[in-house]
Design a protein around this ligand. Structure first.
Ligand SMILES: Nc1ncnc2c1ncn2[C@@H]1O[C@H](COP(=O)(O)OP(=O)(O)OP(=O)(O)O)[C@@H](O)[C@H]1O
Length: 346
């Protein structure tokens, strides 16, 4: 954790930026992978009477090479939208186009990988047999399957467990084999429903890195998740649904920007320099909201501790603050402990 950097957050009229955060940018047309046009899905009962209007007049575009997040509370229509994209459901009205073809054309699914919320895999097959089975469904040759299965098992970190039956797998391992299965056909578009469910913080970090790696390979990723922190970390753009309606759409960085606060991060500032900054903010009519050391995320802290424990097994000295409110004195104590730890190691 960097305790030497100072974050200043001030609010000024001049700092306000009134640009709208939500205007979808113009698309060129050719880079659109998924397009929904005035899409509606009404579930009906046995007698054809309207039961639930699950998706209402939805217009979204997912572009090539982006990670697009579909967010919304339970029952907001995310899974229904994914099923419409896969062609597993027919729209009541409106259209879904995937790779410029109607979503009901099943041929386009050859270019899609899908990780459902729950993967129903054969529990008595091992990971290698499972992936080999799915490779056969895509008519891959024996040599192609062997190469692809090896590649995917390495990618999702299951090489060592490749010969164990899936019924012995942990939740996180099952999620990873599910992802490998979704990638067997080297798809251009990957649909991920709650990809981080059941994973521990290390697994979550790895899954997020994998999703980013897929985008870096030029693939398009659409993901649904309730884990908003994960969505914030990986998604380029998000759509937020509520009761089937689109409520917000835009780039994550734009949607989350607090427009009337200016943030400055600096290292090596003396107390005099900080006082001068306070003075400048006040002279320019700004209102200093905070001037403090930034905090790391809980994920960074957790991963640092696990990596350090793996590199240096044995008892680890816990933080000196022991949950007390932070103070300069406590920070001094932590520094002292850190230097003692360094001395103990060397
Ligand atoms: N087969 C169905 N028949 C009738 N109603 C359905 C059916 N499937 C879903 N619904 C309803 O449609 C609405 C949207 O459901 P959907 O599963 O798409 O939401 P979701 O956003 O994926 O929810 P969750 O986050 O819980 O997975 C809900 O009111 C749900 O009860």
């Amino acid at each position: 954790m960097d305790t030497d950097s100072t974050a200043v957050a001030g609010s000024t009229e001049a700092g306000a930026d009134n640009a709208t955060a939500t205007a979808p940018s113009q698309s060129t047309g050719s880079d659109v992978v998924i397009e929904t046009r005035n899409l509606n899905k009404i579930y009906k009962d046995f007698w054809g009477r309207k039961k639930v209007h699950a998706v209402k007049s939805l217009d979204i575009e997912v572009r090539k090479g982006e990670i697009f997040g579909l967010l919304g509370p339970n029952g907001s229509g995310k899974s229904t939208t994914i099923k419409l994209i896969l062609g597993l459901l027919f729209p009541t009205t409106g259209r879904v186009l995937v790779f410029d073809k109607d979503a009901t054309e099943t041929k386009k699914n050859e270019r899609i990988g899908y990780l459902p919320e729950e993967s129903y895999l054969y529990q008595f097959l091992n990971a290698e047999e499972t992936l080999d089975f799915y490779g056969r469904l895509f008519d891959m040759s024996g040599a192609q399957r062997r190469e692809r299965v090896n590649e995917l098992l390495s990618l999702v970190g299951l090489q060592a467990a490749r010969h164990r039956q899936l019924r012995e797998y942990s939740k996180g391992m099952r999620r990873r084999v599910g992802l490998a299965q979704a990638l067997i056909n080297d798809p251009d578009l990957v649909l991920l429903d709650e990809p981080t469910t059941g994973l521990d913080p290390i697994g979550i970090r790895e899954m997020k890195d994998l999703i980013i790696a897929l985008r870096d390979q030029g693939k398009t990723v659409l993901l649904c998740s309730h884990q908003l922190g994960d969505v914030q970390d990986v998604c380029d753009r998000v759509a937020i649904l509520h009761q089937g309606e689109l409520k917000e759409l835009g780039r994550v960085t734009d949607l989350l920007k607090v427009r009337d606060i200016t943030e400055v991060h600096a290292t090596g500032l003396s107390e005099d320099a900080k006082a001068e900054i306070r003075d400048v903010i006040s002279r320019h009519g700004g209102d200093l909201k905070s001037m403090d050391n930034p905090t790391a995320t809980m994920e960074d802290l957790f991963l640092d501790i696990v990596r350090e424990s793996e590199a240096r097994p044995g008892a680890r000295r816990v933080s000196a603050s022991m949950g007390e409110p932070s103070s300069d004195a406590a920070a001094g104590q932590e520094d002292a402990v850190a230097s003692k730890d360094e001395a103990d190691r060397s």
